[in-house]
Structure formats: structure tokens, C-alpha cells
Design a protein around this ligand. Structure first.
Ligand SMILES: Cc1cc2nc3c(=O)[nH]c(=O)nc-3n(C[C@H](O)[C@H](O)[C@H](O)COP(=O)(O)OP(=O)(O)OC[C@H]3O[C@@H](n4cnc5c(N)ncnc54)[C@H](O)[C@@H]3O)c2cc1C
Length: 404
């Protein structure tokens, strides 16, 4: 362990490990710290883990550019070429098809552990990356010329830039004195891996129900990952139901779209929150990923937004270094904040509006909502806009996200 690094990343989940990789492939001296060593090996025939992400084309581009997409594909990624969204309380329906775009697929469903394992393997092979793990930060101070952290074993490390990617309840964010704004949704995202009677047809299915949406996402071996938004109390009840009772509720909630529900693995429930950090940066310190923003998972955008943060901060640091300027200057870190905060807030707010729209009980509103979906579904220009947005392809992307 060295006493000083150009960049230290705290938190080696999808977002932090991507930021570290993007910097290390360009030869920037970076250390990645995590409290846990991630799991990097598991039996080939093991059922998919419950934590998955629908990764957009923009995210695929970033992961390709940092050299891990092929290794992820070797482990397992499942493409989806269609998306079918329908409303339980109206005739509203939306159908997206990759055939209407210039791409073969709309995105991929990937277990989070697959992405993290590929990133850590890649970091291990890069000479300018150091993996410091397990390591726990006990103190942080952000000075005018550097950021300084103390680890549990008493060692002190400094960096020109400290990137905090240490999850939604970020300890580093609190240590930096950055406040958050937001609220609890009083909904949980119930997740599990299931098998179904009918094929998932490489389609991402989503049905809006009064308590929140149910997503059935295609996985390997014909399995599906479910993300079922429910009121907190309902989720707590469903998590403890016997498998056959749970599968019955699921079949009903999915309107039998994939036929009978055959089996379910372990279930988990994650309380959902809208949360934004009031600032993304202080002296020599930036927030990325869930440490900066937590959003409703109804459109599966949290990890995708975090990957754009990772690509953006890496791009700014690399370009600043190439110009021979100090990478931790206030100017360059403020540039990152201005670039990403507005985009993330826009994304989070639209998820919030959609969640509110679909949990409304007013009958007239439901019919108008259904009509709105039909109009979008039948209007090519609107449909294309939503398609592009869902694929993460929009203006002002970091260069890594644009490299098709
Ligand atoms: C139900 C559900 C479904 C979702 N589905 C999708 C989806 O389909 N698509 C999508 O894009 N997003 C999805 N998301 C969001 C996505 O999971 C998160 O946005 C993403 O995992 C955040 O990544 P991260 O790297 O910022 O944080 P995390 O994945 O939380 O990683 C944080 C890392 O920091 C480490 N750490 C924590 N504290 C410390 C510390 N003090 N010191 C050092 N290390 C520390 C942890 O060990 C961990 O490795 C979903 C979320 C939920 C709840």
C-alpha cells in the first residue's frame, strides 16, 4: 500500500469498480477499497442471483470500453429484444421491439455479481490499479490540496481525488458533511429468481398494478428475475409466504402472461427511496452512483445512471491530466457535478412521476393514463423517443458511453 494515489475509489460495486477501471486502463494510478471482498466464483449450474440489473446500450458501451463486457458475456448475460408494458387498471399497453431500432437487442439482464466479478478481475490485471480489500474507512478530511482517509488499521492514505461509491447510505458522504434530500416510498422492491411454464421470449415484461409494477426479466436457462414493487407491509408478508402461495399470487399479478409459475428461489425485499445528495462534490471529493442518488427501480435505471457518473468523472480526470492541469481542482470536479446532477435529477423525477401516476386510484385518471399509453404506442416519433431513452441513448453522454 502506498501513502498517496492520484485517485482513491471507496466502494467496489458496479459503479465504483467501473470508475476505477476506466481510470486504470488509461494508466492513472488508482486504488479501490471495499469493506468486502466480492464473490468472484460460483458453480456454473447455480441459479441466478436475486440482484440483477437491466443494462442499457450506453452501459454496455462503457463496460466494453473498460474491457469487461466479453468476460461478462462469458459468465452470463441475457439479451432482451422486446419490452412489453401493460396496465392492470386500464387498456394501456406499450410494446417496444429492437426491430424498430438499428440494434439487435434493447438491452441485457445481468446479475450484479457478474459485472462486479468481471471488473475486479480486470482491475487485478491492470498495473496502475491497486485493490485494497477488505478495508474500512474510519475518518475522512478534505483539504485544499488533497483528500485524506484513515483506515481501521490506522494507516493514512491521501489522493488528489477521492471518489465515494459506497452505496445509498454512504458513510463517506456523511463524513464529507454532504446532506441529502428525499423521501421513503413506503414501497419495497421484492426480488427473486423464478421459473415459468412458458418461455420468456427474451422479452422484458412489466405490468403496472395498484401497489406498483411487477417486472419479469429474462434470465439464463429460461428463468426470470422478478422485481415486484409492493407496499412495504405487503412485501414483508409475501416474503414469508410458502413457495406455492407466493407463486399463486405471482401468477395472478402477472395475469398468467408466462403461464403457470413453477418455482421460486430465495426472496429479498429492498425498501425504496428517492434520495439526492445536495452537492456531488467538496474539495478533492466526489460522489457517484447510489451514494449520490437513489431512485425508484421501476425503469431499472439506478446502475445505468451510476455507470454514466463513473464514465463522466473518469473522462474529466483523464482529460484534465492530459492537459497537464491538477485533476482535483475545484473547477474540474464542479464540471462533473454540473454534468451529472441535472441528468440524474431529471431521470429520478420522471421515475417518481410515473410511480405516482400508476398508483393513483381515480377512475378518470386511470382511463386517461391508458389512453396516453395507447397514443404513445401508436405514434412512431414518441415511441422512438422512449425507446432511445430506455436504451440510455441521449444527448450529452460521456465518450465511453457513445463508443458503439
Ligand atoms: C429492487 C431493485 C432493482 C433494481 N434494478 C435495477 C436495474 O434493472 N437496472 C439498474 O440500472 N439499476 C437497478 N437497480 C439499482 C442498482 O441496483 C443500484 O443503483 C446499483 O447497484 C448501485 O451501484 P453502486 O456501485 O453505486 O452501489 P452498490 O452496488 O451498493 O455498491 C456499493 C459498494 O460499496 C461498498 N461499501 C459500502 N460501504 C463501504 C464503506 N464504508 N467503505 C468501503 N466500501 C463500502 C459495498 O461493499 C459495495 O461493494 C435496482 C435496485 C433495486 C433496489
Amino acid at each position: 500500500m502506498k501513502p498517496h494515489y492520484s485517485v482513491i475509489v471507496v466502494g467496489g460495486g458496479i459503479v465504483g469498480a467501473t470508475a476505477a477501471c476506466a481510470l486504470a486502463v488509461e494508466g492513472i494510478d488508482v486504488a479501490l477499497l471495499d469493506v468486502h471482498n466480492p464473490v468472484r466464483q460460483w458453480p456454473d449450474d447455480e441459479r441466478a442471483d436475486i440482484r440483477v440489473s437491466a443494462l442499457t446500450r450506453a452501459s454496455q458501451n462503457i463496460l466494453k470500453a473498460v474491457g469487461v463486457w466479453d468476460a461478462m458475456a462469458e459468465r452470463n448475460i441475457e439479451p432482451y429484444d422486446q419490452m412489453h408494458v401493460w396496465d392492470a387498471s386500464s387498456a394501456g399497453l406499450l410494446h417496444f421491439d429492437a426491430a424498430d431500432t438499428k440494434y439487435d437487442v434493447l438491452g441485457h439482464i445481468v446479475e450484479n455479481r457478474v459485472t462486479v466479478a468481471a471488473l475486479w478481475d480486470q482491475l487485478e490485471s491492470l498495473p496502475s490499479a491497486s485493490l485494497l480489500c477488505p478495508a474500512k474507512v474510519t475518518d475522512l478530511s478534505c483539504h485544499i490540496d488533497k483528500a485524506e482517509i484513515t483506515l481501521e488499521d490506522g494507516s493514512v492514505l491521501t489522493a488528489d481525488v477521492l471518489i465515494a461509491a459506497d452505496e445509498r447510505d454512504s458513510v463517506l458522504r456523511q463524513m464529507a458533511g454532504i446532506q441529502t434530500t428525499g423521501w421513503e416510498y413506503k414501497q419495497d422492491g421484492l426480488v427473486a429468481t423464478i421459473s415459468t411454464e412458458k418461455s420468456h421470449q427474451n422479452t422484458a415484461w412489466q405490468r403496472f398494478l395498484p401497489e406498483g409494477p411487477l417486472a419479469l426479466l429474462p434470465l439464463k436457462n429460461g428463468d426470470c428475475s422478478i422485481v415486484w414493487t409492493l407496499k412495504h407491509e405487503t412485501a414483508q408478508e409475501y416474503i414469508t409466504l410458502a413457495d406455492d402461495e407466493f407463486l399463486q399470487k405471482l401468477e395472478q399479478a402477472s395475469e398468467g402472461v408466462l403461464g403457470g409459475m413453477l418455482s421460486v428461489g430465495p426472496r429479498g425485499a429492498f425498501p425504496l427511496r428517492f434520495q439526492t445528495a445536495q452537492q456531488y462534490t467538496v474539495e478533492h471529493f466526489v460522489l457517484v452512483g447510489d451514494a449520490a442518488h437513489a431512485m425508484h427501480p421501476l425503469a431499472g435505471q439506478g446502475a445505468n445512471a451510476g455507470l454514466l457518473d463513473a464514465a463522466a468523472i473518469a473522462e474529466i480526470i483523464i482529460k484534465t491530466q492530459q492537459k497537464g492541469r491538477p485533476i482535483g481542482s475545484r473547477k474540474s470536479l464542479r464540471e462533473y457535478e454540473q454534468w451529472r446532477k441535472g441528468d440524474n435529477l431529471a431521470m429520478m423525477s420522471s421515475m417518481d412521476v410515473i410511480n405516482k401516476m400508476y398508483t393513483q386510484e381515480n377512475e378518470v385518471f386511470k382511463q386517461v393514463r391508458g389512453l396516453g399509453m395507447q397514443v404513445i404506442n401508436q405514434t412512431n416519433i414518441l415511441k422512438n423517443y422512449f425507446n432511445q431513452y430506455a436504451m440510455g441513448l441521449r444527448a450529452d453522454l460521456p465518450e465511453l458511453a457513445n463508443k458503439d
